[in-house]
Design a protein around this ligand. Structure first.
Ligand SMILES: C[S@@+](CC[C@H](N)C(=O)[O-])C[C@H]1O[C@@H](n2cnc3c(N)ncnc32)[C@H](O)[C@@H]1O
Length: 205
């Protein structure tokens, strides 16, 4: 987990944020209600946009990222607590959250299916699951280009997988996908889903 990436992240993202991401984030985050979990909150770029949440628990494994979130944390309009933790092993009880927010993070999580199963576990049945992610592109020429660039890209961008098909993983996880909005020739997707009922078996007794 790098320390130089957090230093450049906000500056590198600024042009895209100004052109389009800021509006996408505002629209996504305003749908987050009740008890909210944010996955991989990074520099806290979403924190100023929470207005309808009761409280937010944000998880972020890289302390150098969280350090850069401190000012946004102080000026947030709802209570937000950042936990140093990974999405693959969430420090929360089953059925805790009404909404989960994940933006530009599933590209970087080393075990995305494990993380999605954890999100489903800690979300209430019917919870709203909101994603904004870059994904593997559909045209073969473009996806093959992503494959070619990926070894260098992941080195530069702290493990980010340029060619990951996150929408497919979300569907395979059992999350019920209700809405998909496409940006930049489907490189970026807004994905809105719902946590279906999870079959839980107790082997106690
Ligand atoms: C590209 S940044 C995105 C930050 C922020 N969510 C945003 O929208 O700008 C990816 C973030 O995922 C975090 N991350 C990496 N591995 C993770 C994991 N296993 N679980 C949760 N977050 C992780 C990184 O530390 C980093 O802050």
């Amino acid at each position: 987990m790098g320390t130089w990436f957090p230093k450049v992240y906000d500056a590198a993202m600024k042009p895209l944020e100004e052109i389009s991401f800021k509006k996408i984030r505002i629209d996504l985050v305003k749908k987050a209600e009740g008890r909210v979990l944010e996955i991989g909150s990074g520099t806290g770029i979403n924190f100023p946009y929470y207005k309808n949440a009761l409280r937010v628990d944000a998880i972020e494994p890289n302390p150098s990222m969280s350090k850069r979130a401190e000012e946004r944390l102080r000026s947030a309009q709802v209570p937000i607590q950042v936990h140093e933790s990974c999405a693959e092993s969430l420090p929360f009880a089953d059925d805790t959250f009404d909404t989960v927010v994940a933006t530009l993070v599933f590209c970087t999580i080393p075990e995305p299916m494990k993380a999605l199963a954890e999100i489903r576990r800690v979300s209430k049945p019917g919870a709203r699951l909101l994603f904004f992610e870059h994904v593997r592109m559909e045209p073969v020429l473009l996806s093959k280009t992503q494959d070619l660039l990926n070894p260098l890209w992941e080195k530069i961008c702290d493990g980010c997988q340029l060619n990951r098909d996150t929408l497919d993983l979300i569907k395979k996880s059992g999350i019920e996908v209700a809405k998909v909005e496409e940006y930049y020739a489907k490189l970026f997707l807004y994905i809105e889903g719902k946590n279906g009922t999870i079959e839980r078996k107790s082997h106690d007794e």
